[in-house]
Design a protein around this ligand. Sequence first.
Ligand SMILES: *[C@@H]1O[C@H](CO)[C@@H](O)[C@H](O)[C@H]1NC(C)=O
Ligand SMILES: *[C@@H]1O[C@H](CO)[C@@H](O)[C@H](O)[C@H]1NC(C)=O
Ligand SMILES: *[C@@H]1O[C@H](CO)[C@@H](O)[C@H](O)[C@H]1NC(C)=O
Length: 259
Amino acid sequence: LLVLSCVLTYVFLYYQNVRRYPKGPLPLPLIGNLYHMNAETLHEDLHLMGKKYGHCFTVFMPRPIVIFTDYSTVKEALITQGEHYGGRSHLVPDTLLQKFVQTGILISDGEVWREQRRVSLRIFRELGMGKNIMEAQVNRSIDELLVQLKATNDGVSAYDINFPLQLCVGNVINETLFGYHFKYSDSATFRFFVDITVKHLRMIKDNLSVMIIQAWPWAKHLPIIGTIGYKEPKANIGKYQAFIEEEVNKAAKSYDRNH
Ligand SMILES: *[C@@H]1O[C@H](CO)[C@@H](O)[C@H](O)[C@H]1NC(C)=O
Ligand SMILES: *[C@@H]1O[C@H](CO)[C@@H](O)[C@H](O)[C@H]1NC(C)=O
Ligand SMILES: *[C@@H]1O[C@H](CO)[C@@H](O)[C@H](O)[C@H]1NC(C)=O
């Protein structure tokens, strides 16, 4: 009887809580809306739900996520009321990308974010953002791309330019940040890191363990769920962070304050 009343209370509180959010498809206790969501067609499903619920609704994955599906609601949230919607979740999977809490510019918020943004913009301007030196950097990357396209295909057969393009864009960023770029013939390091990123996305995308930890952060300490949803992706992306740290340290050593 005790168990039953606990369950009923839980269910009651669950739906009390659900009522606080914009109305959407019916969630079930614990699993939320996971029971009818299909990862393959998610974008289309959400679009249809938007039509039904007035372009603003909640899905429980199982953590509540409020979705906007048309231009004017998105614009109102992100531009008109940007201040209110500028917060970050501080949850997995976002925080997997942070080596330390509230760092970086993508997933920090509030004062920290503002400060980071200000400093980053200033540094990027010093490095030539919006000026000719950056244009020259972009040109060098494109030259590299062209050399490589000429060298690796006969101009007749179909050719996958996915990787060459990635390398080209990545090289612009690397030139700016670290002052060097990767030649196509010497892009093993680059590939290694692209693979880490791709692997990361594969690990966190539509992954139940990740969603569970997102809904109940303490779950990262559980066996299996914690390993799949937290420890493994963290270790994977950690290799990337270690590389950046190494590069930054190298650059810091050769940095001339009086320059
Ligand atoms: C970059 O390339 C474009 C196209 O070839 C050229 O017009 C431009 O002057 C180049 N810019 C620099 C800074 O080299
Ligand atoms: C810069 O090079 C590193 C190492 O190869 C690579 O992981 C990274 O993706 C490059 N930067 C960008 C922004 O692509
Ligand atoms: C979650 O990730 C793990 C490890 O990356 C994988 O083995 C598992 O199949 C994934 N589960 C789902 C539902 O995608």
